[in-house]
Design a protein around this ligand. Sequence first.
Ligand SMILES: Cc1ncc(COP(=O)(O)O)c(C=O)c1O
Length: 447
Amino acid sequence: MKELLENAAWRSIRYLEGLDTRSAAPQPAAIARLAELDVDLPELPSAPEKVLSLLDEVGSPATMAMAGRRFFGFVIGGSLPVTLAANWLAGAWDQNAAYYNSTPGAAVIEQVALRWLLDLLKLPPGSGAGFVTGATMANFSALAAARHAVLQRAGWNVEANGLFGAPEVTVVVGDEVHVSMIKALGMLGFGRSRLVRVPVDGQGRMRADAFPKISGPAIVCLQAGNVNTGAFDPFPELIEQAHRAGAWVHVDGAFGLWAAAAPSREYLVQGMAEADSWGTDGHKWLNVPYDSGLAFVRDPDALRAAMAITAEYLPTTSPNRNPSDFTPELSRRGRGIEVWAALCGLGRQGVAELIERNCRQARRFAEGLQNAGFEILNSVVLNQVLVSFGDAETTQKVIASVQADGTCWCGGTVWQGQTAMRISVSSWATSDEDVERSLAAMLGAAK
Ligand SMILES: Cc1ncc(COP(=O)(O)O)c(C=O)c1O
């Protein structure tokens, strides 16, 4: 076992070190080689070293360099070295993080991480939280708590009776809501097409003057960090209006919630902590490995009511926090361990520095592209930049050439009818020199 694990560590290190000199996207030949893995189910065992070497030799070159320094697609944070190391150690522990009694180690580490997160993100102390797979599931979990609470206030027990015959719940979203929120709301039985959509401004912020009149059980979904522009909804006005109508307010802050940890960006989340629940990712801006999301709920009992399960053979309520009382999953890995490692390794100042640096780097991209005559479509308040290189066809061509060049990787989007290249700076590993190198590659592709 020792040799195999040392071999895996050595291959991983070689992979990570090689990212700097390889193309950000896998080469077509590497993708074609994946066919070598597409064989019939082996009848006989193989030597572990052979399995590992096949995975590395065929699998590694076919990966996208998301862990590298110049990957600016989607919103993808690299893994801080300490979080990858913690991930390896936690993998060796192989804990089922469902219950305190079954794993005090994982349970306590997650509880400490939760307390630190609430402090860092300036959310109400004492809020409940679930360590889930990503923001989609974080939003799903928090919205399940919302569904419980608003229906309970209307005299309906949704966990016992479901939604058939339940009082109607009005669900309000902004017109630029993230698609995964629509999916989460659909999975909760709210109906993807019966959501009340509120008009937004040119940055994708919900317009407070267009907020609908609502009454009865209601959930209002706001956004901290639009996936295209990085914009934030105007929380103070919207939360006040929603609460006046008796609604539960949820904030999707997949990456934007982290603005709360950076002094120069904190103004963006002003008033956000007045909401009732929040969803975010660890695997985006905290730079922990996949998969890691966090659901925070001001009233922990609402989250527990939506998520806890009981059975004779399972440990009953204990004075200690049982992680599975707050997540959709029963058995799961202790993903909070990497969150703890990130926070312990960076400290408050390190997190602030990471967020501030990426925001500064995003502004540098915008400035460099604008100086070269290209149009920046968003106001660069966070880590997202939208650039147009001309008409849709020209912009698509530039995106294809940036991707083919391989110095860096950016994807495309359509923002309110305009085709754009989207740059998301979200990794601890990106240096200022990487930004300059990538900028030069982008300008070269746009010539
Ligand atoms: C604003 C927003 N919400 C939710 C999500 C979904 O996050 P995940 O893919 O981690 O589930 C994303 C992903 O990019 C996002 O940007």
